[in-house]
Design a protein around this ligand. Structure first.
Ligand code: SF4
Ligand code: SF4
Length: 394
C-alpha cells in the first residue's frame, strides 16, 4: 500500500481509504454484518488504515463499530465520522450527537471528525453562533476528537471562504477528472494543501460514472492508450486523482473483498506526478466525451430519497445519462428496470409532483423536479407514456 503523510497531524495514511457508506446492505439501512466484516478485513489486509462513516448513513456507524469490535481492529485504523450539523439547534446538541456516535462506533475517540456536507459559509457561521468553536476546543483538549475538518459540496467561490473561516486540520472534497472546476475544484485542492491541511477526496469515480458507466467512446480512448497498470476506466480515474501530490487520501466506497484488492493494487503504483503527458492527454479527451454524454450530474448517493411520491430519482437520472452515454435503447431498458414498472409499483419520473422535498438534500445542487421533466420527455415520450399508463392502470 502507498502511504501519504497528513501534514497537519503527521499521521501516515493509506492513499486509499474505505468509504463505508455503500457497505453491502446499505440500501436497506442495515449493512450486512458478515459482508461488512469481509470488506473491512480485506481493507486491513491490504494496508488500508482509514475508515469513513457518518451519523446520517443509516445503520452505518453501528455496523462499522460492531465490525471493528468483532475484528479487534479499532486500534489499527483511523476512524472518521461526521456531525449532522443541520440537526444541531443548540450547543448541547453537539455532545448529544457526538456521545451517541462514540457509543455506536464503540470507541472513546474519533480520529477525524467532520462537519458533514458544508455547502456555504453561512452554515459554519450559524454553528459558530451556537458555540461550536468552544465545543471543538474542549473535545480536542480531552482527546475525544483528534483532527477536525469538514466535507464540502458547495461552490468553487465559497470554498476558500470556508478554509479561511477556521483553523481546520483537514477537508474532504469531491474531486475527479470531470470536476476540475466544480465545487472545490483544482484551485480549492491546491489552496487547502498550501494552508497545510490534509485533503481527502470523495467521489473519485463519481459514483461509478467514471468507471463502468463511462460512455463507450470514452472507454475506447482509455483502451487505445493501454497501459498494463491502467487496465480499467476505474484505474485511470483513481490514478488521475493520486497523480496530484496535494491529495492525501482517496476514499472509495468498496463493497467486496475483490474490489478492495483491485483498488489497493492501483493505489500501490499510483504515485504523485506519475502519469505521462500522453496519459494526461487521454484523460483530457475522455473528459470531453464524458461532458457530452453526462446530462445530469447525479452521483447516485440517494441523499434525496425516499421521494414521498415514489419516484426512483437516482435510477431515473442514471437511465437518462445512459441513454446518451450508450444508446437511447440502453437508457430505455435501464429506465424500465429502475422504474420497477413490471412490479405494479411504478417509480417513474412522471410521478414527480414538483413538491421540491428532495432538492435541498442534493449535494450536486440538481434541480430535481426540472431534470425529471427532461427524463420524462426523453424516456417517456407519447406512445411509451400511453403504454406505461395502460400497464399501471389498476
Ligand atoms: S420534487 Fe418530485 S422527486 Fe422530488 S420529492 Fe417531490 S415528487 Fe419526489
Ligand atoms: S439527485 Fe442528487 S441527492 Fe439524489 S442521488 Fe443524485 S446526486 Fe444524490
Amino acid at each position: 500500500m502507498q502511504y501519504r503523510t497528513d501534514p497537519a497531524s503527521g499521521n501516515r495514511i493509506s492513499a486509499l481509504g474505505l468509504g463505508c457508506m455503500r457497505l453491502p446492505g446499505f440500501a436497506l439501512g442495515r449493512p450486512d454484518a458478515r459482508a461488512t466484516d469481509a470488506v473491512i478485513s480485506a481493507a486491513l489486509e491490504q494496508g488500508i488504515n482509514y475508515l469513513d462513516t457518518a451519523y446520517l448513513y443509516p445503520g452505518n456507524e453501528e455496523a462499522v463499530g460492531a465490525s471493528l469490535a468483532r475484528l479487534g481492529a479499532r486500534d489499527r485504523v483511523l476512524l472518521a465520522t461526521k456531525l449532522p450539523h443541520a440537526s444541531c439547534k443548540r450547543a448541547s446538541d453537539f455532545d448529544r450527537f457526538f456521545d451517541e456516535q462514540l457509543r455506536r462506533l464503540r470507541t472513546d475517540h474519533i480520529d477525524y471528525y467532520l462537519m458533514h456536507n458544508i455547502t456555504s459559509p453561512a452554515q459554519w457561521e450559524r454553528l459558530c453562533g451556537l458555540g461550536i468553536e468552544d465545543w471543538i476546543a474542549r473535545r480536542k483538549a480531552d482527546g475525544r476528537i483528534r483532527q477536525i475538518g469538514f466535507s464540502f459540496h458547495g461552490s468553487e467561490g465559497d470554498f476558500p471562504v470556508l478554509l479561511d473561516a477556521y483553523a481546520w486540520d483537514f477537508c474532504q472534497i469531491q474531486y475527479n477528472y470531470a470536476n476540475e472546476h466544480y465545487q472545490a475544484g483544482t484551485a480549492g485542492l491546491i489552496r487547502a494543501a498550501e494552508r497545510g491541511l490534509a485533503v481527502f477526496i470523495m467521489e473519485p469515480l463519481l459514483g461509478g460514472r467514471l468507471a463502468d458507466k463511462l460512455p463507450d467512446a470514452a472507454k475506447r480512448v482509455f483502451r487505445e492508450a493501454a497501459d498494463p497498470k491502467l487496465s480499467t476506466p476505474a484505474a485511470w480515474g483513481l490514478a488521475w486523482v493520486w497523480n496530484h501530490p496535494e491529495v492525501t487520501m482517496v476514499l472509495s466506497g468498496m463493497t467486496s473483498a475483490e474490489q478492495v484488492a483491485q483498488n489497493a493494487a492501483i493505489a500501490e503504483g499510483a504515485l504523485p506526478d506519475s502519469l505521462s503527458a500522453a496519459q494526461l492527454d487521454a484523460v483530457a479527451r475522455v473528459v470531453e466525451l464524458f461532458e457530452r454524454a453526462n446530462r445530469v450530474p447525479c452521483t447516485g448517493c440517494s441523499y434525496c430519497m425516499p421521494c414521498p411520491h415514489g419516484v426512483n430519482i437516482p435510477g431515473c437520472f442514471a437511465a437518462y445519462n445512459a441513454s446518451f452515454a450508450h444508446s437511447w435503447f440502453t437508457g430505455m431498458q435501464q429506465y424500465f428496470t429502475a422504474s420497477a414498472i413490471r412490479t405494479g409499483k411504478p417509480r417513474l419520473a412522471s410521478m414527480c409532483v414538483g413538491c421540491g422535498a428532495c432538492t435541498r438534500h442534493c449535494p450536486q445542487h440538481i434541480d430535481i423536479p426540472e431534470r425529471l421533466g427532461d427524463v420524462r420527455r426523453r424516456l417517456q415520450p407519447g406512445p411509451v407514456d400511453l403504454a406505461l399508463r395502460l400497464m399501471t392502470r389498476k
